[in-house]
Design a protein around this ligand. Sequence first.
Ligand code: P6P
Length: 346
Amino acid sequence: MRIITLNEFIIERQADFPYAKGELTRLLSHIGIAAKVVNRAVNKAGLVDILGEIQEFNSTGEQQKKLDVFANEKFINALMASGECCGIASEENDSIVSFDSDLVNDGKYVVAMDPLDGSSNIDVNVSIGTVFAIYRRVSPKGHKALMEDFLQEGTKQVAAGYIIYGSSTMMVYTTGRGVNGFTLDPSIGEFCLSHPNIEMPQSGIIYSINEGNYLKFPLGVKKYIKYCQEIDKQTNRPYTFRYIGSLVADFHRNLLKGGIYIYPETASNPKGKLRLLYECNPIAFLAEQAGGIATDGRANRILDIKPESLHQKAPFFVGSRRMVMQAEEFMSLTSDKREAEAPRNT
Ligand code: P6P
């Protein structure tokens, strides 16, 4: 089979966009470059002084890791160098970063990203990922990017994707015409097309949720978990529980094998934990493009949610269509009230 590199593929697909003059092509190519730089650091993190925490905290109060900050810098530099992106929103930055230079103020795009998601897994060598969403700017060209450029519904995404730094490093993205996966071949330093036209199975037997929060879940989620644990009539066995603690890794497995990932609201976190702009929206876009669905558990399509703030959270039910619909069924059948948080055993 002829090797098709990421750049060749992006350029070939540019023809899908008759009005595109190569700007999105350049932007996606630069994301690929930053991914290779971060991949190199992730792969040898144990050998250089880039593990561990720093005495800094990100927008949601999580302690930053050296690799978080490193990845953030590399992606920001690459996006700025592309000349096509006029600003970014990142989990690692409290507010937007408007590049505000003559070179990029004409950039047509802005990018929202989580440069290194699942960073609690970094120091224990478990898969982590980068998630990105690309929007067309809505503020006037020639000026710096504004907050309104980022507070757009997920349906306005021009492209979205992730890089998973796992047993191999892959970049998976969509521009609204299907989902394609590229595996990094370290011997030539290129992402090569390995998973063309990914389609998520309409159902599956893998459910992914942090059951440690069980007592705090809404009743509908508790009932769905019990449903997953019952013997399935067709397979004569219960579902399989898998939870890596890294959204990109859990979603990637479900994308290929079928499955559902749930991060619901709880009494203490009424909007859940995942951030709408740079975790839920890009993953939801990919899920829909691959034939899956993504909701907030209460029949609201994630991509339709109008963001009100940069780091706002959303309850997240994403995966195989029939599995998400089944979970929604339990959520709709049970009372809307969350069960009061059960007192911890003293
Ligand atoms: P918890 C990582 O921090 C993340 O944003 C996702 O990648 C992951 O699925 C989730 O949070 C893990 O959260 O509360 O289960 O540790």
